[in-house]
Design a protein around this ligand. Sequence first.
Ligand SMILES: Nc1ncnc2c1ncn2[C@@H]1O[C@H](COP(=O)(O)OP(=O)(O)OP(=O)(O)O)[C@@H](O)[C@H]1O
Ligand SMILES: [Mg+2]
Length: 256
Amino acid sequence: MTTPTVADGAVTDSAAAAPVLSLDRVTVGHYGVPAVRELTFEVRPGEILALLGPNGAGKTTTLLSAVGALPLMSGQITALGEPIDHRVERNARRGVTLVPDNRGLFHRLSVTDNLRLARRKGGPQVDVVFEYFPKLKTLRGRRCGNLSGGEQQMLALAKALLTRPSVLLIDELSLGLSPVAVQDLLPRLRSIADEQSMAVVLVEQHIDLALGIADSAIVMHHGRVALGGSADDLRASRDKVEAAYFGRLGGTDTPG
Ligand SMILES: Nc1ncnc2c1ncn2[C@@H]1O[C@H](COP(=O)(O)OP(=O)(O)OP(=O)(O)O)[C@@H](O)[C@H]1O
Ligand SMILES: [Mg+2]
């Protein structure tokens, strides 16, 4: 049985480009207990990979390992041609940026101050992200803790963009958001990925919305790939996605 290389054939424009992030048979977990086993995937510039799966499937563990925050039990992760190691700060400076599921915001500080803190020397000015999220400009003096969930998520994304990521790993963009807010945010993410040739790994609970903007997707179950393929193929095999999500597909599979 072959492990699906979900990026293959998923994107026409970026298919020729080298992967920005590659996981090669990665096994990783917590306190010596594997939570993700033999996970292999690649993302290329401008490609959005949706990482789907039920609670406890290993999605957050995967993202944490990709930024170097969890030691691998086996396998290798490569970003921008170099292995990812435990130096999380250095990996971030190299352009591997995580938007954590708690959003990583300073609630007592204003929108502008949150953005200023995220700015890197020589990186984009704070104003640049207001072009992507004009609403944040109108809220720039507001305390972050007084923003709505959707506005906070915009701010979390805006902060991440100020680090000029080559690969952006987003954990549960839609956590606590209404479907309307998610429908607003995800297409923006798509445009930004296209404009900046930024690779994205998107952990998302709204399967259909995620498949609507992603190029490729993986459904994880109990730490393994239950299903992987292009987002188009998975949209066309929605019943299989459902089965994989609930662990009713026998082992690794590709749609078709
Ligand atoms: N800090 C931790 N210590 C011990 N076990 C952990 C820790 N974090 C996660 N796990 C375990 O690892 C497995 C994968 O968890 P993970 O958080 O990666 O899942 P997830 O797919 O992100 O789930 P969710 O959708 O609930 O966020 C689960 O069995 C979980 O209990
Ligand atoms: Mg999680």
